[in-house]
Design a binder for this molecule. Structure first.
Ligand SMILES: [Zn+2]
Length: 412
């Protein structure tokens, strides 16, 4: 278990040391990445940071403060409920944790070295206000994230500051110091690379679950390359060129949802089984969803009935509506009441679990029955299916993928 955990933590760590992050600025835009624009109570918005909310900094990618804070709360729940970790003692409360780590990172990507960034954050904590950044003239250059040992050292200094300087009481967190700094930094890296809050959170949690380092978000990018060639080819065969739902989507480019998937689930005695299957896809493949209270587009409609089912019953599902960029707008899954023969021997049998999970797969992006895993009739998603879905959802809408892994967004 210890080894397993060490590996999970190692992958983003190695990546942080190696990755060079591109932050693009619009013409006439600010010369530096700016700070968060939505105040939490913990520090005052002053000086140049306040100026960032006047619209000048619109193209800059540091997120508003409430979103990293929401991420930090979700990380706490992930460690508690998903990983089953025990609480540990820390002197830094959640709000201070996320705000000061984000500030440290902001100084680092604006030209400050470790000592400069740490000193500036400590001055802010001491009430001296937001300090100037160090690299005011580096706008438009490639901006790299610091090697991981330095943010970790900062996090330890922050612990000491809260304990010895601020004399805070110890409280508990389910996230250990290393996980704390690594995953917040990863979240921030995704955010400054065009990912939304939901996209960044999904990617970090996929890493925590051992599903690899998903690419950053390519908003504004028109082309790129998928290094996982098997995943690229599976996107072509299982999604783009697959037979399912072809009356309603273009076959020369990908089709996927904008997450979280809006789901309208009709009432029925088997509702709980569908919810369990939705949770399975969320937990195993990052397919976040939200239940909506009425049947309005965009949505995945899930209902119970016998219409259109094959002679052996069970269920059917397809995408039956797309937007101009070929993203999913409408999909339908129909389940036989009771699950038919699949659930004859019990609701927790492999066949019954497979039924509800499998049909959802046909609405989420795998439009044929595959030779492997859940979409091939097994009860669990295979690693190959997970990698395909991760690569699919990392692509921008409208992307056409080639067998050599290259992709480009086609005009609508
Ligand atoms: Zn199928």
């Amino acid at each position: 278990m210890t080894t397993d955990r060490a590996f999970r933590l190692l992958s983003p760590v190695v990546l942080l040391a190696a990755v060079v992050v591109l932050v693009q600025f619009g013409c006439g835009g600010p010369k530096t990445p700016t700070g968060p624009t939505t105040a939490l109570s913990v520090i005052p918005e002053t000086g140049r940071v306040a100026a960032a909310s006047d619209g000048i900094a619109r193209s800059v990618a540091f997120p508003p403060r409430n979103e990293p804070f929401a991420f930090r709360q979700e990380l706490e729940a992930k460690y508690r409920d998903g990983l089953g970790r025990q609480p540990q003692s820390t002197f830094v409360d959640l709000e201070g944790d996320i705000v000061w780590i984000t500030e440290y990172t902001r100084y680092r990507v604006n030209g400050c070295n470790h000592d400069q960034a740490e000193a500036r954050v400590m001055q802010q904590i001491d009430g001296l206000g937001v300090q100037p950044v160090c690299g005011a003239e580096q706008g438009g250059r490639n901006i790299s994230f610091p090697p991981r040992n330095e943010p970790f050292a900062f996090r330890q200094s922050l612990e000491a500051k809260y304990r010895d300087g601020l004399h805070r009481f110890a409280q508990s967190s389910y996230v250990d110091l290393e996980g704390d700094i690594v995953w917040i930094t990863e979240y921030t890296r995704y955010r400054v690379n065009n990912c939304s809050h939901a996209e960044a959170t999904t990617r970090v949690f996929a890493q925590i679950d051992g599903r690899g380092v998903a690419p950053t978000c390519a908003a504004g990018s028109a082309s790129g390359w998928i290094s996982d060639l098997q995943a690229a080819r599976d996107i072509i065969d299982w999604n783009m060129a697959a037979a399912g739902g072809t009356s309603f989507r273009k076959q020369d480019r990908i089709c996927r949802w904008e997450l979280p998937v809006p789901v309208y689930l009709q009432d029925g005695p088997d509702r709980d089984r569908v919810i369990a299957a939705l949770d399975y896809w969320r937990d195993q493949a990052g397919m976040s969803y939200r239940l909506i209270p009425s049947d309005v587009l965009p949505r995945l409609l899930i209902r119970f009935g016998m219409d259109g089912l094959p002679p052996w019953g069970g269920g059917r599902a397809l995408v039956d509506g797309t937007n101009a960029n070929n993203s999913s707008k409408s999909a339908l899954a129909v389940y036989q009441p009771g699950g038919g023969t699949y659930c004859q021997l019990g609701t927790t049998t492999a066949g019954c679990l497979m039924l509800y999970r499998h049909e959802l797969g046909h609405t989420l992006g795998i439009y044929i029955n595959t030779p492997v895993g859940l979409m091939g009739g097994a009860v669990e998603l295979s690693d190959r299916e997970k990698r395909m879905m991760a690569a699919l959802y990392a692509l921008p809408h409208g992307a056409r993928v080639e067998a050599d892994g290259t992709w480009q967004v086609l005009p609508q």
